[in-house]
Design a protein around this ligand. Structure first.
Ligand SMILES: [Fe+2]
Length: 518
């Protein structure tokens, strides 16, 4: 393709994004140079959703009080894309308009790229210029790929530690960062704070925006975004703790929950390198669940465990949300779903036909059981897959029915490093191991105490590794022969000067389900 054609295609894609229904009303102003008093790109840059031919580039323009006084009307932002780190070979220059209705966020769905190729990018507005980001496209779908290397991460409560894990992630050689939710926390827990959220609990669009602004100003988080593309999924705290579809813990009117959720989803979209997804007309109904392939080596699914799920089983009538439940008949109701009918069907269909060597099923929480003995039977944590056992059975039955080997699930949310066997019947040695699970600990958020963690570990034979005391991320290396997980950690709370060590390493070998300690 000629460079001119390429340029036109890029412009078309940029305009197409600007014309999608939610993004209609930008009056494109003359791009008169503007003198900025403070850096409009103070939230950094990011790239995400890597595909063989495309990637999403992101930034958001922010205004100081002085800059706002000069007007915060619609702006045109230039995006420059280069094929070399020295920024000598400019492949493209695209102009995008943005305005206050989208928080002056900029999303460029950069298409018609080469597979397995590095790109560098930066944004300009007036006399200001952003830092330079690096990104890389996925391999071609039929490419023989030797390795996929990713950083698995989740749960970064700003108040509960420094983002030291991101400083290490930024320096690693990775294909992408896989972040599985709790990117922000809407609320505070002063008991464990080593630094402070600004503002009250986020409930409105303005409050969610300022929460993201605070997180995005962190230099270590910015470095991890500038270094690699990210593949993103949300969990509950991007909206409110333990929400389930249109339900929250306070049993608030579902219409009110949906309004809060819409504000939270819009702020999420405005701050991440993501697309609205097919058929979504605005961020309130964006579809974040997705699938990407990595040559012939791996298929990766990212599952949304919040937007469509049934409410938690046997909720407390006053304080709903997550809790330990026992003697709860609702658990065995087959109509209850973690993913919602549509997403479950989509996953089952695409998983069943996957021919790639490894099937990596990424979702926000933990699939293996953490149940404990109780006076009458066992008690189950109703917010994770233990609270949706029929849906878990259907997911694992799909693996059995399609005779799939080499299925590895990746999770977050529980602030624990977990390596586990997945069986149709959890903890039953007679039930075959059908898949393997790795769950990463939190970047910063406090984990379970040592005593309850020990009880859980001792009560579930499928848990080969279960440690909640340390913070960090997990390095996942996928090759033809195995999937390796290195739990990289430091003690709680994570300081800014510490370095991470390897807590433990596990491997899943081709053709043999179940992680093995290295
Ligand atoms: Fe969390």
């Amino acid at each position: 393709m000629k460079r001119r054609d390429f340029h036109h295609l890029l412009q078309r894609s940029a305009v197409a994004l600007a014309l999608s229904p939610w993004l209609t009303a930008v009056a494109v102003p003359a791009n008169k140079p503007r003198a900025w008093r403070s850096n409009p790109f103070a939230l950094g840059v990011a790239s995400g959703r890597p595909r063989a031919e495309s990637v999403v580039l992101w930034t958001r323009v922010v205004f100081s009080e002085e800059d706002k006084a000069l007007g915060d009307e619609a702006l045109v932002v230039q995006v420059e894309v280069f094929t070399d780190a020295a920024l000598k070979q400019r492949a493209q220059k695209v102009e995008l308009a943005t305005d206050a209705t989208r928080g002056h966020s900029v999303h460029l769905h950069l298409q018609h790229l080469q597979p397995s190729t590095d790109y560098w990018y930066r944004f300009r507005q007036g006399d200001a210029q952003s830092t330079v980001g690096h990104t890389r496209t996925a391999p071609a779908p039929n490419a023989d790929v030797r390795q996929l290397r990713l950083a698995l991460s989740s749960c970064q409560h700003y108040e509960q530690g420094q983002f030291i894990a991101h400083a290490e992630i930024a320096k690693e050689k990775l294909d992408f960062v896989l972040f599985l939710g709790d990117y922000i926390y809407e609320s505070s827990n002063v008991q464990y704070a080593i630094r402070k959220h600004s503002g009250e609990e986020a409930k409105t669009l303005t409050q969610y925006r300022s929460r993201y602004e605070q997180y995005k100003r962190d230099p270590m988080l910015q470095a991890a975004h500038a270094a690699h593309p990210w593949v993103l999924m949300w969990d509950d705290h991007e909206v409110v703790n333990d929400y389930a579809n249109d339900q929250d813990r306070q049993h608030t009117d579902p219409q009110q929950v949906l309004l809060r959720r819409a504000a939270a989803y819009q702020a999420y979209f405005e701050h991440q390198p993501v697309l609205l997804g097919p058929d979504a007309s605005n961020p309130a109904n964006m579809r974040l669940y997705d699938q990407l392939s990595w040559g012939k080596l791996a298929d990766v699914w990212t599952l949304d465990c919040r937007q469509y799920r049934s409410a938690q089983a046997c909720r407390d009538p006053v304080r709903g949300g997550g809790r330990m439940v026992m003697q709860c008949d609702e658990l065995s109701d087959p109509s209850r779903s973690m993913l919602g009918y549509e997403q479950e069907r989509w996953l089952s269909e695409s998983l069943s036909v996957s021919k790639r060597q490894w099937k990596l099923v990424a979702q926000a929480t933990q699939i293996s059981s953490t149940s404990i003995p109780a006076p009458a039977g066992r008690a189950y944590w109703n917010d994770a897959w233990d609270g949706y056992p029929e849906a878990r059975k259907r997911l694992l039955q799909t693996v059995v029915d399609a005779k799939l080997q080499n299925v590895v699930t990746l999770g977050g949310d529980v602030h624990c490093n977990v390596a586990a066997n997945l069986r149709l019947e959890p903890n039953n040695p007679q039930s075959p191991i059908v898949a393997s699970e790795f769950v990463t600990t939190s970047i910063t958020s406090r984990g379970l105490g040592d005593k309850p963690a020990a009880v859980i570990r001792d009560s579930n034979a499928d848990l080969l590794h279960f440690r909640s005391d340390e913070r960090g991320y997990s390095l996942i290396t996928v090759t033809h022969n195995d999937v390796r997980c290195d739990f990289r950690t430091t003690k709680f709370p994570a300081g800014s000067e510490v370095s991470l060590k390897t807590q433990a390493s596990y491997v899943v070998k081709r053709g043999k389900a179940g992680p093995q300690l290295i």
